[in-house]
Write a protein that binds this ligand. Structure first.
Ligand code: SF4
Ligand code: SF4
Length: 131
């Protein structure tokens, strides 16, 4: 055994976080989210559809500041937290961080592109944020 210390270390666990100046998840284009009806109640689905502008962005999203204008009152489906993810997607609390990180990366790639500055900033923030 060359390095017993190394072998007893736990793998690094990444912690989800949102980054400033992103807003990718506020692009609600329904065609990009074909499974909406599987995880939203009928009331939530109705609310969701009522929030989508013609260009796909949320009516509550400020494109200049890239911020939500109703942040404290945003719907449940906008809130990235373990209890919501368990309810909506059946994701166990211990899987929350990796699942939420993957959601952000997928959404940022889809909205801004795989080579975007936004994705680079996100990946950098996550790699600097072990739990
Ligand atoms: S996609 Fe992720 S990082 Fe970007 S605004 Fe939404 S929660 Fe934040
Ligand atoms: S309500 Fe706010 S957080 Fe939710 S999609 Fe709209 S702008 Fe984004």
């Amino acid at each position: 055994m060359k390095n017993s210390k190394l072998q007893t270390q736990h793998p690094k666990v990444r912690k989800w976080q949102c980054v400033a100046n992103c807003g990718a998840c506020c692009n609600l284009t329904p065609e990009d989210r074909p499974d909406l009806a599987e995880y939203l109640s009928s009331e939530e689905l109705e609310l969701y559809m009522s929030m989508v502008k013609e260009d796909g962005w949320c009516i509550n999203y400020d494109q200049d500041t890239r911020k939500c204008q109703i942040y404290d009152n945003r719907p449940r489906f906008c809130r990235v937290q373990p209890d919501n993810f368990e309810d909506m997607y059946g994701v166990e609390a211990k899987e929350f961080n990796e699942f939420a990180i993957a959601c952000c990366q997928q959404q940022i790639s889809g909205v801004y592109g795989k080579d975007s500055e936004e994705l680079e900033r996100y990946d950098h923030a996550i790699s600097d944020n072990p739990s």
